[in-house]
Design a protein around this ligand. Structure first.
Ligand SMILES: Cc1cc2nc3c(=O)[nH]c(=O)nc-3n(C[C@H](O)[C@H](O)[C@H](O)COP(=O)(O)OP(=O)(O)OC[C@H]3O[C@@H](n4cnc5c(N)ncnc54)[C@H](O)[C@@H]3O)c2cc1C
Length: 379
């Protein structure tokens, strides 16, 4: 077992961290509610929007483990977790499916623009009555000559209000279950596609989310991504990318927050000594470190398996579950240790918690991750 990084990986991590700190850390409150296009383009300039995409398509050509490590640097260096989340959703649930299932035309048409930051991508599967149960989708795509006509609605589309292209999942064979779903790439100006009013939400404030509607939305058959009936495996694979590599960013967030909280516990004095000298505080920090490191190791192992093309669904779910629940606890811990300062919004401490809470919901809830783990245990 080798726990060391290569010199290239170390150098890339440092560069990514420095870049994120210097160029992406505008105070998210200043851009609250608005998609930060300038910062998005900077993400593209560094390569964050195409980490595992081969260089010929505009990416950095990294393996899964290195992609996760660079996402960690992004989450640690960039305090705007909404921006980081938008970048992760774009890359792992829209760009990667195009890379893995797209034909040459689709790759040439979309990948360079999506990797450079010129375009924003979105993934649209969830519906009002199909959240955890994605096989309950009602959106239909009906073949009509050389086109498909889509009708339906999608509920929570990250990047929706600003996306240039949507990866939309729809039912093409209502009686075929797992093999009844297909995926389509639909550009924002396509007649019949409209974006609803963005939702207000408790965290990830710079990552916009909105419903989208498809009403007689006609697309050429060439807009299908992958073969007809291959939507479900495509989506499953994109969730594997997202649950591993997007959540790597939360590992980076936890590392930043732990460093900041340790500093605070060393400096803040009550009863004439640093609060960190109290075991109630120092043990809470030790537990934060334990959750950070154990979830990080689960993540690296999942990515290592993915790089070897081995079955990794349980390991990916273990990592996603551990990271997201650790991130929520990290938000609670840092807030408690900062006392009143943690609760006022201007310090940015309470935002850590607000940005962590949805991580146990998106990319499959904690309950669904436990279901996947249990089914791998033979239950
Ligand atoms: C910030 C954010 C961004 C998102 N971005 C996107 C996006 O870009 N594209 C997209 O398509 N979707 C997106 N989603 C939607 C997300 O994927 C769904 O919210 C998620 O899959 C859960 O679905 P639901 O909200 O309908 O909850 P439900 O599925 O209705 O679940 C409600 C509760 O019941 C539990 N539950 C459901 N089934 C079971 C079961 N079998 N056993 C035990 N418990 C169960 C759930 O765990 C949850 O606690 C996003 C959500 C959030 C919060």
């Amino acid at each position: 077992m080798d726990f060391s990084w290569t010199s290239e990986q170390l150098e890339l991590y440092d560069r990514a961290l420095d870049f994120a700190r210097a160029n992406l850390s505008d105070d998210p409150k200043r851009t609250e509610g608005k998609f930060p296009r300038t910062l998005w383009q900077r993400c593209g300039e560094f390569g964050f929007l195409g980490l595992p995409v081969p260089e010929r398509h505009g990416g950095l050509g990294l393996d899964t483990l290195t992609t996760a490590r660079v996402m960690e640097a992004l989450g640690r260096g960039c305090v705007d977790t909404g921006l980081v989340f938008s970048a992760g959703a774009h890359l792992f649930a829209c760009v990667m499916p195009i890379l893995e299932a797209g034909d040459d035309r689709q790759k040439t048409q979309y990948l360079p623009r999506l990797c450079s930051g010129e375009w924003v991508g979105a993934n649209a599967i969830s519906e009002p009555e199909a959240g955890s149960d994605v096989f309950a989708l009602k959106t239909r795509a009906v073949r009509d000559g050389d086109s498909y006509v889509l009708d339906g609605g999608k509920s929570y589309v990250t990047n929706g209000p600003d996306a240039d292209v949507f990866l939309v999942y729809a039912v093409t064979h209502p009686t075929s279950g797992y093999l009844g779903l297909s995926a389509f790439l639909i550009e924002k100006k396509t007649p019949g596609l409209s974006v609803g009013r963005p939702f207000e939400k408790m965290g990830l404030s710079t990552s916009p989310i909105a419903p989208i509607y498809l009403e007689g939305c006609r697309v050429p058959a060439s807009a299908m991504l992958g073969a007809e009936g291959q939507g479900a495996p495509l989506f499953k694979r994109s969730m594997q990318w997202e649950r591993a590599c997007l959540f790597a960013a939360y590992v980076g967030v936890m590392e930043r927050v732990l460093e900041q909280t340790v500093d605070f516990a060393r400096q803040r004095k009550q009863f004439k000594r640093a609060i960190g000298k109290n075991q109630a505080i120092s043990h809470r920090l030790a537990d934060m470190k334990l959750r950070l490191e154990s979830s990080r190791l689960l993540l690296y192992r999942a990515c290592w398996l993915m790089d070897r093309g081995q079955e990794a669904s349980m390991e990916v779910s273990l990592a996603k579950l551990a990271i997201s629940e650790a991130a929520v606890q990290c938000g609670l811990d840092t807030l408690q240790i900062h006392g009143g300062m943690g609760y006022v919004t201007e310090t940015g401490i309470e935002r850590v918690l607000r940005d962590a809470i949805p991580s146990t919901i998106f990319s499959g809830t904690s309950e669904i991750q436990r279901d996947i783990i249990a089914s791998n245990l033979g239950l």
